[in-house]
Design a protein around this ligand. Sequence first.
Ligand code: NAP
Length: 249
Amino acid sequence: MDLTGKVALITGASRGIGADAARAFAAAGAKVALVARGADAIADLAGEIGPNAVAIPCDISRYWEVEQAIANCVTAHGRLDIMVNNAGVIEPIAHLAEADPDAWGTVIDINLKGVFHGMRAALPVMLQQGGGTMLTIGSGAAHGPVEAWSHYCSSKAGALMLTKMAHKEYGDKGIRALSLSPGTVATQMQREIKASGVNPVSQLDWSDHIPPEWVARTLVWMCGAQADGYLGDEISLRDPDIRAKVGVA
Ligand code: NAP
């Protein structure tokens, strides 16, 4: 994929999938905007990538911060072609009857409202440009209950609906909306899941997880016409056909 001339904004770029996605998009020729709360981490990564990267500290649970981040991206790089709604959290892991209501709501603010905030702020810019690609990191948790993850499962189910909504409302106006369910990935989030000791995912061996670079390469692949058959839907990186098409195995 040659993304020369394109601009990609990646949320949750301070580590894990988002950091590798930023590297992959930059390697494909795109200019990148790195968004996360961890200002030092995204500044370090922008330094590593070079002049085609800009670091924009932002908490995606606050709409006004996301709106400003998109504006800063356009100021720095001139446009916005690809939005990667990747930032997300899983803690606090808790059973329904014991979950702290405020903390439960904070996960929704980040994982679900954060995706809405990204779409709401980016879509007008993309529509004005004539189109764009809206990628969101989904999860198998959107499709079935996982013990002690009521917040996470609910948020990912809602986020998948936002992808379908974006496709429904703007698919014929040049917006390519797609979700990616990566399977389990070797990142900080899986360390937190393992430490919880709750549910079968926490019992997985570290070697069961795929590397975040695979997810990053898939996100770049999703920006091309080869992924057009999946518009408005979710791609699963557990699917051997998708792995073969992307070239990860
Ligand atoms: P991670 O290493 O914990 O990274 C999460 C990222 O989200 C960090 O960069 C974090 O940065 C950012 N973030 C969290 N809250 C934020 C907020 N309020 N505003 C802005 N950024 C925020 O986890 P990961 O595995 O790479 O997760 C990335 C995405 O993949 C998530 O949506 C997750 O649900 C999804 N996913 C992961 C797996 C897996 O097995 N790892 C499986 C399925 C789906 P700061 O803390 O610096 O803000």
